[in-house]
Design a protein around this ligand. Structure first.
Ligand SMILES: [Zn+2]
Length: 467
């Protein structure tokens, strides 16, 4: 058996690892790489291996940095199947189509300029048809039910607690009379994230590929998120202004809807309208409702005790779909909560809300996710008084709040606990830390080594290890 690390190696995007075992080539994740535009396009377009040579793909979860380059794999000649949980498949259906539409509209915009300049036209990374063909290749497997992918190779999924359908993966390989287990953590969630069950771990791992996004820092306690939201909503409501929450359409948006619903049910939500302004988020919420097999006990209980049986909706919460409904929010008077993507203010409907409401002193912008360097979200968070949106500068006079307890990723201590549990439940010989910036991965590697873990490595992109 051997592994090649082709993505999310010393970085956090483009998750992609190639395992060769029993003469089969199995790809773990096929995510999109985000980075500088030209480099990202080239890297995503030119896969580092022959797509036709891959025998199977295993997808840990639907986030686009794990699933988003599957249509390129198909377009490049991949003929095999894609294994995932069924919730991952259903979320991926919306996310891959959405991603294809973004690729197509980016290409159209770029080509308008290229055409005028007489330059060769730009080809989108992939188009809707590629995404649709990708969806036809999925084979879904329930959690904790091992499935034989090829003779001598079994795959199992276990709850990762990171998003609906998210899984850690075990590959059991029978080779030359010996069975060995390779565990891939996928993205590791946290205990106490609403809706989702807590992350679990596999026993008897021989080798472990583990994420390390927050390898060098901890979050505030997840339990503080509800309180902080309560205080922020009430403060904003007293002022009578808008509460803008930039949020990823899938995952965080449903968590916020759930938390606000809890406040509503408890009679704690002030009289305020809530708008979830994202078509993709609306579709994702529908997928959430289709998968009670992924819910934690509290979510199941909420469904039973609530009159409307819907913990993701309540009377004053409106899911807006059309562009007209979204535009109508520009002229809305009084207090209201508007949840809209993108989570880092890099595009999407939140930009229009920043244009119309960001310059008012009674508005609050509440960040509930990581704001990467260079994004408009980061600039606002760091106190920018004006930001450039679609080529024009707009003032920011809103109050800025940050919820440091919100994260769908385990913090440093939670990662260490996860690794300790895997170690206690078996005798893994090697850990490979991926999906973290180099500093974060090395910091976690140092900690684990100090605690007496066997070999802990931080592989670089393109490196290959014989196991
Ligand atoms: Zn993820």
């Amino acid at each position: 058996m051997n592994i090649e690390f082709w993505g999310a190696a010393r970085t956090v995007t483009g998750s992609m690892h190639l395992v060769e075992a029993n003469g089969r080539r199995i790809l773990l994740d096929c995510g999109i790489y985000h980075g500088r535009r030209k480099k990202a396009y080239e890297r995503n377009k030119n896969l580092p291996f022959d797509a036709e040579s891959i025998d199977a793909v295993i997808l840990s979860h639907a986030h686009i940095d794990h699933s988003g380059n599957l249509p390129t794999l198909i377009r490049s000649g991949y003929k095999g199947e894609i294994y995932s949980t069924s919730a991952t498949r259903d979320l991926a259906a919306h996310m891959l189509l959405d991603s294809a539409h973004i690729q197509e509209s980016d290409a159209r915009r770029e080509n308008r300029y290229r055409q005028k300049a007489g330059k060769t036209l730009f080809e989108p990374l992939y188009v809707e048809d590629d995404a649709i063909e990708t969806l036809e290749r999925f084979i879904t497997i329930p959690y904790e039910q091992p499935h034989q992918v090829f003779p001598g190779i079994q795959v199992s999924f276990i709850e990762a607690g990171h998003m609906l359908g998210s899984a850690s993966v075990a590959l059991d390989v029978d080779e030359v009379g010996q069975t060995r287990r390779l565990v891939f953590s996928g993205d590791i969630g946290r205990k106490g994230i609403p809706i989702l069950r807590d992350p679990r771990t596999f026993a008897n791992a021989d080798y472990v590929i583990m994420e390390s996004t927050y390898g060098s820092r901890d979050h505030d306690r997840a339990e503080e998120s509800q309180d902080y939201l309560y205080r922020t909503v009430n403060r904003c409501c007293r002022k009578g202004g808008k509460l803008l929450i930039p949020s990823f359409a899938v995952g965080r948006t449903q968590e916020l809807a759930y938390r606000l619903n809890l406040m509503w049910e408890a009679g704690e939500l002030p009289p305020i309208d809530v708008y979830v302004d994202t078509p993709l988020g609306v579709k994702a919420t529908d997928v959430y409702k289709l998968h009670p097999e992924c819910y934690d006990a509290q979510m199941l209980r909420q469904m039973e005790v609530e009159k409307d049986g819907d913990p993701l909706g309540f009377e004053r919460l409106t899911y807006t779909r059309s562009a007209d409904e979204s535009r109508a929010l520009n002229d809305l008077d009084g207090a209201a909560i508007i949840i809209a993507p993108s989570g880092m203010c890099t595009g999407g409907r939140i930009m229009h809300h920043l244009i119309h409401h960001g310059g008012k002193t009674d508005t609050t912008i509440f960040f509930v996710g990581y704001q990467a360097n260079g994004t408009t979200g980061r600039k606002i968070l760091e106190g920018a008084k004006k930001v450039r949106i679609y080529g024009t500068e707009y003032p920011i006079r809103a109050k800025i709040r940050k919820g440091a307890s919100y994260s769908a990723h385990a913090g440093r201590k939670e990662l260490i606990d996860w690794a300790e549990t895997v170690l206690d439940k078996g005798s893994p010989k090697r850990f490979f830390l991926v999906h973290g910036e180099e500093d974060a991965a090395r910091s976690l590697a140092g900690e684990l080594t100090g605690r007496g873990f066997p070999s802990v490595e931080v592989p670089e992109r393109g490196s290959r290890y014989e196991l």
